[in-house]
Design a protein around this ligand. Structure first.
Ligand SMILES: C[S@@+](CC[C@H](N)C(=O)[O-])C[C@H]1O[C@@H](n2cnc3c(N)ncnc32)[C@H](O)[C@@H]1O
Length: 326
């Protein structure tokens, strides 16, 4: 297979894996989607062991395959396996509360983070049940700056189902990663996602949360941490604090800053990185003002665009902040 054919295959596979149906194929590329290319595409995606074990949404694969077949049909003979997979997706009409999305890291189809998640914005009153664009943006930046996390104790606030913390634990060799959230259901799915992405681990449950002893990192903890419950903060002294898409509710800005302050009181020189998609300028401005009143200094960092992880960088309003004590 030529480099170009391989690039087209990986690019489309990446989109299918993460359930993205918004793709465009150039007419010149369709010419390269020969019978054998199509066969390989199905084998490496829908019939791959990881997708068989953790299937992507049938609704999204149906849309994806219809679109792909529509592109190929006028130019090439469509492979039976593509039709077979489309039929399979069409025959499965089960309602999907959850599905799996697979995020390809650094264009390597063998390097995948698999996430159990929903397609919905809000489930059971929480926004934490899906991976948000800010988590992808922050993780992309983390993978460009691995040295900042190597051998460090890292705490993530509002982890949701865990994409950022799992990526960090898998690729950056931190000393420990503590992933936290305030919602019981979210923490449960987060634990499932740690199980999926670190199949060989030693797991212990206690009243403090769940601890995983991993191969490449000393430990991963999954814990309840509610910014409104200051009495119950984990007994941790992180070097780095992370948060993706946690600045959206004006009522939690002060509680969030209280938490940052407490951890910065416990240890000097804590570096805090918060990634945001700015849906409401006023809320984000208020956050910057509250940080100022807590004596924090902010620096806006340059964000990579799809250096290691594909994310939608067309959001005009996004920001990656480095926050430190003045
Ligand atoms: C928009 S989601 C972002 C999830 C994840 N970081 C991501 O970007 O994919 C916001 C997360 O913050 C959590 N959260 C909201 N209020 C919180 C609070 N008071 N304490 C702790 N976590 C909170 C929610 O449960 C949810 O998981």
């Amino acid at each position: 297979m030529s480099n170009l054919e391989n690039t087209i295959l990986v690019d489309l596979a990446r989109k299918l894996f993460r359930g993205c149906t918004n793709f465009h194929i150039e007419p010149d590329s369709v010419k390269l989607m020969t019978w054998s290319w199509q066969e390989l595409f199905v084998d490496l995606t829908l019939r791959s062991p990881v997708i068989r074990k953790y299937p992507i949404s049938t609704e999204l694969s149906r849309i994806f395959l219809k679109k792909l077949i529509n592109c190929i049909e006028p130019v090439q003979e469509v492979h039976d396996n593509l039709y077979a997979e489309l039929c399979r997706a069409m025959n499965n009409s089960a309602i999907e509360d959850y599905c799996y999305r697979h995020y390809v890291i650094s264009n390597d189809l063998n390097n995948i983070i698999t996430m159990k998640e929903t397609k919905n914005m809000v489930v059971n009153g929480t926004t934490g049940m899906r991976t948000w664009e800010a988590a992808l943006m922050l993780s992309d930046w983390i993978l460009c700056n691995k040295e900042l996390f190597s051998s460090k104790d890292v705490l993530e606030l509002g982890s949701g189902i865990g994409f950022t913390g799992i990526t960090l634990a898998k690729f950056c060799e931190p000393k420990s990663v503590t992933m936290t959230d305030c919602h019981e259901d979210v923490l449960q799915v987060l634990c499932e996602n740690v199980d999926i992405n670190f199949p060989s681990h030693c797991k212990n449950r206690s009243s403090d949360g769940t601890t995983y002893e991993l191969d490449n990192v000393s430990r991963v903890d999954v814990m309840m941490l509610d910014w409104n419950e200051m009495t119950d903060l984990p007994n941790k002294r992180p070097d780095v604090i992370l948060g993706a898409d946690i600045v959206y509710d004006p009522s939690i800005l002060k509680p969030l800053c209280n938490v940052l302050q407490i951890f910065c009181d416990r240890k000097n020189d804590v570096n805090i990185y918060i990634a945001s998609i700015i849906r409401n300028e006023l809320t984000f401005e208020s956050f910057l003002q509250v940080l100022e009143t807590y004596n924090f200094h902010c620096e806006k960092l340059m964000q990579p665009t799809n250096a290691h992880i594909e994310w939608d960088h067309t959001h005009i309003n996004r920001c990656l902040l480095k926050i430190m004590r003045k």
